[in-house]
Design a protein around this ligand. Sequence first.
Ligand code: MG
Length: 251
Amino acid sequence: MFGAGSLSAQIAGHQDTPIIPGTEFHVHDGERPQPRVIESGGAVVVKPPSDAVVLFDGSNTDAWVAVNGEASPWEVRDGVMVAKGADIRTKDEFGAVQIHFEWRLPAGRKVSGQGGGNSGIFVMGRYEIQVLQSHTNPTYPDGQATALYGQLPPLVNATSPQGEWNSYDITFTPPVYEGEKVITPAKVTVIHNGVVVQNGESFLGTTTHKNLAAYPAKHPETGPLRLQFHGDPVEFRNIWVRPLGERDREK
Ligand code: MG
């Protein structure tokens, strides 16, 4: 469905979904203001630090399995990993974590809104930070690149032109529970092509589609990173993480 006319471009979105608490906007609201478009300096390539867990170095998908536990169906060619067949997840699990990766959508592929250039990273397998070819491709703002999907658009749209690489640098802290209640929500900072686009923001809950995010009563302390296959051959490279432990854990 399309948002009502007005002077703004008609963006495919939803008005039949719940209102996001603290806002006047529906989940996936096509009339939510579009983040300002900026031209970034392009992907920031960061080599893995010595204490990183390297999840993809260009050679193989050994750190990953399909979500059902079978071998990863994603292809590796020319040093990049290409989304194919199913979501994949890491064999390792992480709690608080720093994440770096680079992605691009090959030039020439037709994109339209959520279609054609869609993937995503689910931290702990639960919290999606959207990957979407959002350069000159408007969509509902809580579904564009680096949105906390269905919850919060980025501060600006810093997506590279199609065919060029993007970098994401993410820090994530899991929610803190007291019994079955969340006392501190999951927090995230996202830097896109060197540009801060999510600044210590809180997740309203685990990611859902067309519904209000909420936290479950129980939550594991760690979870895998999951990369989405949404039908599109999104390419990934240089994926590494650093678990963020207690400051004095080495004592
Ligand atoms: Mg996605």
